[in-house]
Ligand binder design. Sequence first.
Ligand SMILES: [Fe+2]
Length: 363
Amino acid sequence: MANTQALNSRELIDLIAERISRNSDWRDGFSELLNHISSRLATPTCFIRLYHYISNHYLDLVSTHSDENNLVVDAVFRQLAEDRTPVALPAEYADYLVDGPQYSVVGIPFIKNDEYLGGLVLAGNNGAGVRASHFHELLAISPYLIPLFESAVLQEILLSNYLEAVETLAVALEAKDFYTRGHSNMVTAYAVAIARKMNLGPRMIQAVEVGAMMHDIGKIGVPDEILKKPGGLTREEFEIVMRHPVIGEEILKPMKHPLFDIPRQIVRWHHERLDGKGYPDGLQGDEIPFPARITFVADAYDAMTSERPYRAGMPMELAFAELRKNAGTQFEPEIVEILYNLMMPTAGEISAAGASGKGEKKK
Ligand SMILES: [Fe+2]
């Protein structure tokens, strides 16, 4: 029943459009679209790439096959962006002519108001090509797909505008707080490396990246004389510093994009301890969202190992001894060990090196 349905079914397009606008991630909607096209046209592999036309680059590839790395497909996408006209590469083998004319690869560009929004590419393999009739069917429905591409590309452009605003804020903080210049970048690098090692999805890794970059943004609201005081703080001064997670969350409140839900959690809870003795809310254990637990470890590690004008950085071994001593009370033990294996892979478990693609030593 379903396979007799015309490809240009309004219901399908409406469904995907709804997915793309409702979902914070357009990849899911396009994945569904590709699966439908692939089964309807019996085409081995389908690919979609969106094009960020403000900064002129392609975004992630969405395809029916994971880890698809095809040089011809890449070349077709490049040609679509340059020429903005459909591409059809003829099949090389006579067998392909059994079902009428066939192509090895076809590509369709999507354009609105003179802006290139991305392309759809179908590729044959293992003796199966893309039938010319199917290519023409896709060309016929492609105008109906333009709003989907436009909606997803605008979503990405909006997101990158938000991210630029975030970077501006982070730079503003570093300009104010000279002594921690570079700290946000280091914490972000550690937190993202940990998130990758935990096999989190691309959206979550991006959220951790934004949250870690912003984690101390609330320090914009802490007076300079306290922030820049080289020695110890009085109890009153420390209480003022302890307000920075709440101030930071307030700063991020106007960021309505769903990507900022996790960063807001990181900003508010990156000083919460597993034993409930952290601040500002005294959350315990699993009450603390794990992206905040990741950032807490990354933050503590960088604070200990980085140099300050008034003291040298602590050696890595001592910093890890400190993190391990406080694992279970302050820090999540698993996250401490992941960072340890990342920073000191030769001392870490062999399996960690294997998982990072560096290969295992044979015994
Ligand atoms: Fe902080």
